[in-house]
Design a protein around this ligand. Sequence first.
Ligand SMILES: Cc1cc2nc3c(=O)[nH]c(=O)nc-3n(C[C@H](O)[C@H](O)[C@H](O)COP(=O)(O)OP(=O)(O)OC[C@H]3O[C@@H](n4cnc5c(N)ncnc54)[C@H](O)[C@@H]3O)c2cc1C
Length: 431
Amino acid sequence: MKNNPILHTDTLILGAGLSGLSTAFHLEKAGKTDYLLVEKNDFFGGLCASEHIDGFTFDFSGHLLHLRDSYALRLVRQLLPGNLAKLKRKALVYFEDKLIPFPFQAHLWAVSSQVRQECLQGAAKAAQTPFKKPDNFRQWCLQSFGEGIYRHFMGPYNRKLWQTDPADMTWDWCGPFVPAPDTEQIQAGAVKPNPKPFGYNAHFYYPKQGGIGALANALAAQVPNTWLNAQVQRIDLRKKEALINGKIVRFQHLINTLPLKAFIQMCAHAPESVRQAALLLKHTSVHVLNIAINRPALDISWIYFPQKDTPYYRVGVQSAFAQSNAPQGCSSFYVETAEKITDFDAAKQAILKDLSQKGIIKEQDKILLSYWQTLPVAYAIYDKNRANATHKILGWLNKNGCICVGRYGLWEYSFMERSLLQGRQAAQKVL
Ligand SMILES: Cc1cc2nc3c(=O)[nH]c(=O)nc-3n(C[C@H](O)[C@H](O)[C@H](O)COP(=O)(O)OP(=O)(O)OC[C@H]3O[C@@H](n4cnc5c(N)ncnc54)[C@H](O)[C@@H]3O)c2cc1C
């Protein structure tokens, strides 16, 4: 790093997604203004950003706020005064050529009698089997719901989402994310609609204007020391230096929110064992097809598609989250797939055809626009290597004075509320 111009800051924050923005915001709020927040994009927010095209607002796939922590809720309300709506989830599952309520396991009344019997028998058998600590996610599903529910929904849906066999995944992530009705609730839901809203996202919050990016922009407006279009190239934790756009930045404290796997490869002096651990980390990439049509929004939040031959796993109705997301009389969708795509045009045509066969897009609808977004690092995969590998990597980074936060900095399955809270914790550590 010889002969490069040198900049100095006390706290260098890598990445201006929600985690980095929250760290900077909380430092700023505490009066500690000697930080620098760097971001390779020319906009703030990372995944919590929105694109505005021809009167439509699209997020990077559905980004809804699940706020259970009172501080996080207060903070978001302060950041978005008069611009926050609380919405009720209206989620469905496409099953046996029709739409049934989500979660599948709590609404067996809506499936055919053959599937219902299979699922109920499986659930009853699972309930009679003495509990044993599951070895993997498949076993966790079998113990929690039984064979039928696993075979018809949990297995195929999760295989599509994670691009991994559930038997090759751990189950330590699923507590907050997978709705788990007990056997009585499964049985009750096989007779008539289950009134209880299961799961972490039964209600959610969303900005009335500006898409989810309004939240990141509101944070960014209170964080002056930022550097956009700034690519982090190399980090030297011994010298406390970073190489960013060819310039050296010297720091006292370092906060990382960049994906752990790539970040380690940027770190000079990372031991070989740590580099090897980083190579074990696996993730999915998600491709999102955004579509706008000339028909008013369906009153649906999103739909899950467990079918193996359907080339996407979820479709969300972006225009149902806020009226301002689409011009009057129009609606917009996002279609998510984690499958590898080599020909995006062909993939788009296949998806549009399938949506039309399933009646989600109608023959008379005019497609006003459609385009792809790619999220190269979307879900950290909880396979058997993840826990040991992240332990080793984060242990080394911690020992060398680097604090990691966020879904990708910690290589975890988490959501925006956690980014806000982890940013606050990181700022507290610096203070
Ligand atoms: C498909 C999908 C759907 C989701 N839906 C929801 C939801 O409904 N609700 C919810 O709460 N959460 C959701 N999440 C999770 C949510 O997006 C994340 O938890 C949160 O946005 C993570 O913020 P972050 O700042 O940690 O990471 P990021 O947003 O990824 O920010 C990291 C930043 O680092 C920057 N960066 C990377 N490399 C470099 C470099 N070399 N130099 C400089 N900058 C760099 C990136 O450009 C990015 O801006 C979803 C995630 C995905 C993938």
